[in-house]
Design a protein. Structure first.
Length: 228
């Protein structure tokens, strides 16, 4: 993996392939390896993939002091600074779960940084999570008050109307049996001015992303449709 200093962190990322740039950002408690299949698909399709480990995750987490408090806005700025440090000109972006939140905030904080974006299993606030999952998270936090669990319970806090300030094409997906409420996913798509919504049948929060070719095919098709 490659390493670069960003916002006081040794930030690790995998770079694969050549061609137009695509950034893949994982979810809470994961790392870049969840995208093994998608990376292979993108490289075969002629893209250059950048897959970082977010702050407090994977090798980035292992090679830095522990993060005691997480905020999505800071994590979005990490990716923005990564884009600038690597001199990437309007890359494509895909974020799964927390990675989707990070992508939305990145484009809200720095408009037109990205050429095109896709988000999967993404929520605008903790209220967008399935109630049973919230209960599970609260029980987990009571037993072990981990900062990443606190992040999910307290953030994000994005107003739907804010999404109307995002003008780039955005693919919004979720699994039929996702941890995200269907209404939340539909709200995101409705407020994005240039969006495409896909609900993946017989899928949960991540089984169409991890070790599956489904998401990669959807992403590549979306990029081609938008001439990227």
């Amino acid at each position: 993996m490659n390493v670069i200093s960003i916002n006081g962190f040794n930030f690790y990322y995998q770079k694969s392939g050549s061609g137009k740039s695509v950034i893949l950002v994982h979810g809470n408690g994961e790392d870049h390896t969840i995208f093994k299949t998608e990376i292979e698909q993108f490289v075969s399709a002629g893209y250059c993939v950048y897959a970082p480990d977010s702050r407090g995750h994977g090798k980035t987490g292992a090679d830095n002091p522990p993060v005691t408090t997480f905020h999505y806005a800071n994590m979005a700025d990490d990716i923005y600074q990564l884009i600038k440090a690597l001199n990437l000109e309007k890359p494509a972006y895909y974020g799964h779960s927390d990675g989707g939140i990070i992508g939305l905030l990145l484009e809200l904080q720095h408009p037109e940084t990205l050429a095109v974006m896709a988000v999967s299993g993404t929520n605008l606030s903790p209220d967008g999570l399935d109630e049973s999952f919230v209960v599970e998270c609260r029980e987990m936090y009571e037993k072990s008050p981990e900062p990443l669990t606190a992040l999910m319970l307290n953030e994000p806090n994005i107003e739907p109307q804010e999404l109307e300030n995002i003008h780039i094409p955005v693919l919004v997906t979720a699994g039929e049996y996702d941890l995200i409420k269907l209404q939340e996913t539909e709200t995101i798509a409705e407020h994005l001015k240039n969006s495409k919504l896909i609900i993946v049948e017989n899928a949960d929060h991540g089984n169409y992303v991890v070790d599956s070719e489904i998401m990669g095919k959807l992403l590549i098709q979306f990029l081609v449709e938008n001439h990227y």
